[in-house]
Design a protein around this ligand. Structure first.
Ligand code: 5GP
Length: 190
């Protein structure tokens, strides 16, 4: 059996610690409560990165709401150019005439979010907005994304923790931090 190794050792800088994340999640929940009172919103989480954020957000939200999930995979080079994704798991719920909040861990170029927004809008929800924990605004390519709720803006660095992974690890860190440069494969993360 391999030695028990701490993932914390691979982090060069903590950007948002557990207390800061939990405080911000409560603030976002309070905003959603105000905006969606009586509307029974559907929170749509993108597997797998947004699971931690969505579950904390849902627990902090004291109005009736539902949750659902989608899973997508990026389409290699086509994804880089267009944000096109392959749907691995679709929603279980119908969203026509529903108030939908797309819950994202991070919006980077915004191409994925733009693609998903188009996909979901075609189903005619009553409303559709994005709630993202992190916004890497400096990298944005997609214009006019409906980013109604943003937890924190982040610089152009590769972050992990609180759902965000590097090669499927680090999701369980209770904070968000920057991975040590030497651990990233040459040419940056895949
Ligand atoms: P976008 O289409 O906005 O460029 O990409 C969004 C996806 O890229 C996110 O859902 C996430 O999977 C990945 N991503 C972008 N920046 C980071 C980052 O700093 N850390 C991690 N772990 N994933 C990132």
């Amino acid at each position: 059996m391999s030695a028990l190794r701490s993932l914390d050792e691979d982090i060069q800088e903590v950007l948002f610690d557990e207390a800061a994340l939990q405080r911000r999640v409560r603030e976002l929940a309070a905003e959603l409560e105000r905006d969606y009172a009586g509307l029974r919103p559907l929170l749509v989480g993108m597997l797998r990165g947004s699971v931690y954020f969505l579950s904390d957000l849902s627990r902090a939200l004291r109005i009736p709401h539902e949750i659902d999930f989608m899973a997508i995979a990026a389409y290699g080079t086509r994804h880089a150019a267009t944000g096109a994704v392959r749907l691995l798991k679709d929603l279980d719920e119908e969203i026509t005439d529903r108030h939908v909040v797309l819950v994202e861990d991070i919006v980077d170029t915004g191409l994925t979010a733009a693609y998903l927004t188009r996909l979901l809008r075609a189903r005619r929800p009553a409303s559709l907005v994005i709630c993202t924990l992190l916004d890497k605004r400096v990298r944005r390519i997609a214009p006019n994304l409906p980013l109604a709720y943003v937890g924190f803006e982040v610089p152009d660095r590769f972050v992990v923790g609180y759902g965000l992974d590097y090669r499927q690890l680090y999701r369980n860190l209770p904070y968000i931090g920057v991975l040590r440069d030497e651990l990233l494969s040459p040419g940056g993360p895949p």
